[in-house]
Design a protein around this ligand. Sequence first.
Ligand code: ATP
Ligand code: MG
Length: 586
Amino acid sequence: MRWTQTFLYTQKENPSDADIVSQSLFVRAGFIKKLSSGIYYYSPLMLRAIRKLEAIIREEHEKIGAIEIMMPILHPRPLWEETGRWEEMGPGLLKLKNRNDHWFCLGATHEEACVDYVRNDLRSWRDLPKIIYQIQTKFRDEIRPRFGLLRGREFIMKDAYSFHATAEDAQKTYWLMYKTYQKIFNRLGITYRVVQADSGNIGGAINHEFQLLASAGEDALLVSEGSDFAANIEICEALPIGPEIQEPQKQLEKIHTPGVRTIQQLSDFLKLPPSRLVKTLFIHSEGVASTENTAQTFAILIRGDHELNLVKVKNYLGLSNPPRLLEDHEVTKVCGANPGSCGPIGLEIPILVDRSVAQMTNLIVGANQDDWHVINVNMYRDFTPHHIGDFRMAQEGDPDPTHPQYKLRSYRGIEVGHVFYLGTKYSEKMHLYYTTPEGHQKPVEMGCYGIGVTRTLQAIIEQSHDQDGMIWPIAVSPFQVHLCVLDIKDQPIMEWVEKMERDCEQAGIEILVDDRDERPGVKFKDADLLGFPYRINLGKKNYEKGMVEIIHRKTKEKVELPPQNAINYLKEKILCSLRTSENEKP
Ligand code: ATP
Ligand code: MG
């Protein structure tokens, strides 16, 4: 392909609204163009990268017998009401009305649609199992679309759904899909971790996220130094940490703490570390809680140096979305004091206590009276907990919950894939039942599996770039070779270029020829920005020597070879690299 024949415009300046490098590089290289917040055009080069990733995904899905279909994007409201997710998904689900006053939403995910697609046909155990997938545009009205394609309102996702007769079979496929995802991400040559995670609005009992490691990632991960335990901080179990010294219970005492509002101020005032203090936080659950927890407002006690984990609270309360923290004026209504002076004594709402707090004696908490605290507070003597559980964020240095002799280390990641074992959550609600060999009716067991196609491509560049631009792995690079023609007006050189293009085509090498009337410096800079694996320089000097110059984008290594040898060299390198990534063991 010739540069002048495609639609390719680069820019020197970083866009002012880019927050991270990959976003900036994608815009500068003309890969994406913003139409509106979280909504982007994909350029011809971007589309080539998308098609390559899609091809890898298709190849690996077909190897395990998955079947590709295409589902509608526009879904009628009653479909989503069958599972309760029309409400549960909240404002993230983009809803619209048609001329007949009927409500629709744009597909944010397709569990409902896929179950609907199969439900009249999958009737017998003989029809199972099936794995169905599609690659399609999804819509989510994200609160804060940002980081370019990493958090879009409109993005491409591969989503797969599997249907099984038994839980064992569904779980077997779950692990097969897990391996398939490893194969796909290994072929991209990225560094990633598979972590335990929260299942969010999708649900189900087992799930894992595939997290590409990058410091700009939105997700915090904790990974064991010694075992293979790895989890998203959202659900990472935090073992209770006991105090160094166990004191006997002392007499309750009220102390005057004028102007003290925060844990840090209290710590300075009492000359005690925050780990000796306890904060009292208040949450409100908007949704319907599980049957044991009918209350909506709860107090939660957390050690002064720990952070509250709202996803853990959500899961304990059986909510579909995390609860919210009360506003200051609401806190005052509940406990009679400002949030800096509240504590558990005398509260009329249920009190949840974090496991680390439960191990402490003689707690220091607010007195529920402005400017007063109480010391030597003891659980069961001075207040009664509703439940003791794991409500705090785990943090770096905490013990690995599976092998406490090891410590957890923290990383940041970009979630590129997520697999879920769903059980019968959707099939029961949507009446997807099959007949067993014995003639019984049973709900179909399910799994679902997603890869963010557009997010993955930008995430790759977030991990793979240098000060000059992007560094594409061969597997998804829009082109494999970038030929910079340095003297476009020179007839014999242009003949050489044409021959080279033909030879490349024959050898199966994808080449972009920069045939613009530009200075060499401009061409080299753009070649580095676009970041295809190999660059060839071809100008008068090379022509006279009968040699072309090949530069490896990543290592900047240079070799000089006669043109035909150059083609063989590139063919060998490219095929070899593609072959190794395909055969890579997980
Ligand atoms: P996140 O936690 O980042 O909001 P999610 O857990 O809601 O994502 P899933 O429902 O698991 O996302 O969707 C499957 C995959 O789709 C994700 O792993 C991610 O790669 C991709 N994805 C989800 N939301 C977006 C988005 N707003 N923009 C781009 N890709 C997305
Ligand atoms: Mg997810």
